[in-house]
Design a protein around this ligand. Sequence first.
Ligand code: SF4
Ligand code: SF4
Length: 166
Amino acid sequence: MAIEVIKNKWKMSLGERLYITPIWAGMRVTLRHLFMKKSTIPYPEQKVEVSPRWRGRHVLKRNELGQERCVGCQMCELACPADAIYIEAAEVPAEKRHEHPTERYAKVYDIDMLRCIFCGMCEEACPEAAIFLTPYYEFVDDTREKLIYNKEMLTEKTGGPIWYKE
Ligand code: SF4
Ligand code: SF4
């Protein structure tokens, strides 16, 4: 008797056995989304528009005379919470004096892009407004070594378009 009651309780109708209701509910969602505005884009053919405040790849700026703004003070290296910056400061050689506003410069300036968390602390810490994070986000490579950017890769080109748009 008890088994009969349970059997009747869980007896499925024809519609339930064919799963028509849940299939129709799923199809309704699919059809609705077919005509809605897409929330994805076909990247990389179409680029993502980011806010001007987006913190992406760094640039080391030059002043209005085309000289490197960075004076190798290492404040950015000290401020970096990810230990992503490596600087070797040195005295500017006599033959390069015209390229620098002061007597010291960053002989070596590396940023490990794989360590960087794009927090912007280096930009905040710089007393010379020499380093900025740009809205550029497209940088990938196939080895770790290639993602350690050196000073040449980071420094803005003289007189030309800003390096990251080349
Ligand atoms: S953005 Fe942040 S983590 Fe990246 S180099 Fe600058 S201070 Fe370091
Ligand atoms: S980028 Fe700025 S904070 Fe970093 S070493 Fe150069 S001058 Fe100093």
